[in-house]
Design a protein around this ligand. Structure first.
Ligand code: SF4
Ligand code: SF4
Length: 133
């Protein structure tokens, strides 16, 4: 039988670098680097003093050697970017081998599910936006 909580998956283009998961993780497993750049898709206002900006994710890492599998990061993410996945990426690996970045976290999306049981988006699917409560 597969374990639906084997690891955590990230949908990179859904992540807005809001840092909520970083702040709420009880064991400081998550680290994120991001930068801001002008958002070409934002509405343009003639009286705007500066261009609208958006955060762009540069790196996202989860250190599974410290992870408690508590799921708080998944629950607090408001943008439908983190999911439980059935894909076990950590068993049999040493502590230094279980720090995963964007590509590894996205690789388990095909076996990932939302908290309501619906399938997580695949990596090339667009962001679904802010999660509805
Ligand atoms: S499952 Fe818990 S301990 Fe693991 S990264 Fe998420 S918030 Fe941190
Ligand atoms: S809470 Fe979600 S959107 Fe915010 S930084 Fe974490 S993964 Fe990205």
């Amino acid at each position: 039988m597969t374990n639906p909580h084997a690891t955590i998956a990230l949908h990179p283009s859904s992540c807005t670098s809001c840092m909520l998961c970083v702040r709420e993780c009880p064991d400081w497993c998550i680290s994120i680097e991001a930068h801001s750049e002008p958002d070409p898709d934002a509405p343009q206002y003639s009286n705007a003093r500066r261009p609208a900006m958006k955060n762009v994710l540069d790196s996202f890492q989860i250190d599974f050697s410290h992870c408690l599998w508590c799921g708080i990061c998944i629950e607090v993410c408001p943008f439908d970017a983190l999911f439980w996945s059935e894909k076990d990426m950590t068993s049999g690996k040493s502590r230094s081998e279980v720090i995963y970045g964007i590509d590894e976290l996205a690789a388990s999306l095909p076996s990932a599910k939302r908290l309501d049981g619906s399938p997580a988006p695949l990596r090339d699917e667009p962001p679904s936006g802010r999660r509805k409560k």
